[in-house]
Design a binder for this molecule. Structure first.
Ligand SMILES: Cc1cc2nc3c(=O)[nH]c(=O)nc-3n(C[C@H](O)[C@H](O)[C@H](O)COP(=O)(O)O)c2cc1C
Length: 201
């Protein structure tokens, strides 16, 4: 966990505005959390609390490595989408501990540990984000097949999340933010490249 803390300290020195601990998608922390991957018999495996231990220690170490008011968040897979795996209720308990440790936001994704049957549809992960938003004081990021400004705005209006992550839609349209502003009728005092830009697509 020292490596996570050192990375966060370097991020502060580099001048970033916040850090997000990656505990999703089958990466190391997720492997500790899920009973499907954590087969340990020591203090870091077995019971729910023992599987959470590494994540809790990383969060505490990162918080200690950055200024008190520096935003620290966590990215989670809310479910493994598999019987006997990591589930939403587990995620909510992890996030309660994150909040108690002073983290300020959580990004709610799913899956990534093992091949699993995901019914992918627009906004398919937002119900998990909505549960987290309802039950916790953390700021919640929603993500997953959010592909246009109206869909993103609706997620915010319905209070499914506090922020929206856009992945592939931004890869396909790097000016997504400006196009979204135009679609939602938001006036920007700065447009990229030229005044005529806002009419092109
Ligand atoms: C090419 C590609 C690379 C990605 N790399 C990462 C990554 O390194 N870390 C991560 O947390 N998620 C990664 N993701 C997942 C995205 O952050 C996001 O959760 C996912 O694409 C769903 O959002 P979207 O439907 O808006 O793309 C990646 C997705 C794509 C398509």
């Amino acid at each position: 966990m020292q490596a996570f803390a050192s990375a966060a300290a370097r991020a502060v020195l580099a001048g970033v505005d916040g850090v997000m601990i990656h505990a999703a998608h089958g990466y190391l922390i997720h492997e500790f959390l899920s009973p499907l991957s954590n087969q340990r018999t020591d203090a870091y495996g077995g019971s729910f609390d023992k599987r959470l231990r590494f994540a809790v220690e990383v969060m505490a170490a990162v918080k200690q490595a950055v200024p008190a008011d520096f935003p620290v968040g966590i990215r989670v897979s809310a479910t493994d989408w598999l019987d006997g795996g990591w589930q939403l209720q587990d995620t909510l308990e992890l996030l309660r501990r994150a909040e108690a440790l002073g983290l300020s936001f959580a990004d709610i994704s799913t899956g990534g540990l093992l091949p699993c049957p995901i019914k992918v549809a627009p906004g398919y992960q937002l119900p998990f984000a909505a549960q987290a938003k309802q039950q916790l004081g953390l700021k919640i990021l929603g993500v997953g097949l959010i592909t246009n400004a109206f869909q993103a705005e609706t997620a915010l209006q319905l209070e499914a999340c506090d922020f929206v992550d856009i992945g592939r839609a931004v890869l396909s349209d790097p000016l997504f933010g400006w196009h979204a502003a135009r679609d939602l009728g938001v006036e920007l005092n700065q447009v990229p490249f030229s005044k005529s830009f806002a009419c092109t697509r």
